[in-house]
Design a binder for this molecule. Structure first.
Ligand code: P6P
Length: 329
């Protein structure tokens, strides 16, 4: 089979877009180079000068920052920031946005969770980078709040890199969801999962059942329902939960079913970030035939009020997300 590299694929897709200037391809090229650098670091973590462990710093959410978090954040911010294609970068690890100097700025806004699930790296569990790309909305050079807080459906592209048994680059720019596998011997991403589609119904659910005592009664009823035996409605569902969003989402995308991180009595908005986790994965799953909700409203219909806003997340097959919404309303 002819091997297609990620850049070749993006160039072909860009030709389908009237008035394309090549800036999107340039931006994606910097993202994939950063992904290769982070992949190398993640896969060598623990050898020599250990990049395991904590920096001793705490992020805006009060979470301890792993050395790898900081490495990934710096790598993506540097390469994307120097690409000449973005005017701003926001990150789960940065309290405030990076505003690119006007003479080096472009029309895109890049958002990222640079290394989601990084606390799992010490136990060799797959982790990942999640990214989202918007266009600057307002005229002029100044980057405004309106540019930084856009409705999820305004995304131009979104995707994730999963650093696991192999390094996969999964993205969509609105024309299907496509996956590329890194060949470490060549240092190149090759097309391996063209036109990914999520099954309309699955047989898996993914949630941290350790939080059950904090759930609402409706959330408890929903999970109990999934576990009841009823062959006619394909129950009981099977439980899979790794505790690394990118890994749990990727399995859901390929196998179907639902991933849930609900709000609870202590944290009604849940744990996951809207702009760096919920919105990009919602854009990916929507382009693969699935959907995502906060339990009441579709993620793609929401406009965040703050860069670091959190959101409950129910994402995956249409059948299961609609079931969740019907039982949580
Ligand atoms: P819990 C990792 O820390 C993370 O942000 C996501 O990758 C993951 O889905 C979630 O938190 C796991 O959270 O509370 O189940 O440990």
């Amino acid at each position: 089979m002819e091997k297609t590299t990620l850049v070749q694929f993006i160039r072909r897709q860009e030709k389908l877009v009237d008035g394309a200037t090549g800036n999107f391809t340039s931006l994606m090229n910097e993202i994939l180079v950063a992904a290769k650098i982070v992949s190398l670091e993640v896969n060598c973590a623990g050898i020599g000068e250990s990049i395991f462990g904590l920096t001793g710093k705490v992020n805006v959410h009060g979470e301890e920052v792993q050395k790898l978090d900081e490495f990934a954040d710096n790598t993506f911010a540097k390469l994307v920031g120097q690409s000449g294609t973005v005017c701003a970068i926001t990150s789960e690890e940065l309290e405030k946005p990076i505003i690119v100097p006007k003479d080096q700025a472009g029309k895109y806004i890049f958002m990222m969770d640079p290394l989601d699930g990084s606390s799992n790296v010490d136990v060799n569990v797959s982790i990942g980078t999640i990214f989202s790309i918007y266009r600057k909305k307002t005229p002029g050079d100044e980057v405004t709040t309106e540019d930084l807080l856009q409705k999820a459906s305004e995304q131009v592209a979104a995707g994730y890199i999963i650093y696991g048994p192999s390094t996969l680059f999964i993205y969509t720019s609105g024309n299907g969801v496509h996956g590329f596998t890194l060949d470490p011997t060549l240092g190149e991403f090759f097309l391996s999962h063209p036109n990914l589609r999520i099954p309309r119904q699955g047989s898996w659910y993914s949630i941290n059942e350790g939080n059950v005592e904090k759930w609402t009664d409706k959330q408890k009823r929903l999970v109990d329902y999934l576990k009841e035996k009823d062959p006619e409605t394909h129950r009981p569902y099977k439980l899979r939960y790794i505790g690394s969003l990118v890994a749990d989402f990727h399995r859901t995308l390929l196998k179907g079913g639902i991933f849930m991180y609900p709000g609870d009595r202590n944290s009604p908005e849940g744990k996951l970030r809207f702009q760096f986790e919920a919105a990009p994965l919602a854009f990916v799953v929507a382009n693969a035939g699935g959907t995502a909700s906060d339990g009441v409203k579709r993620i793609m219909d929401h406009t965040p009020g703050d860069i670091h806003e959190k959101s409950p997340l129910f994402i995956g097959s249409v059948n299961e997300v609609e079931l969740a919404e019907s039982m949580l309303k």
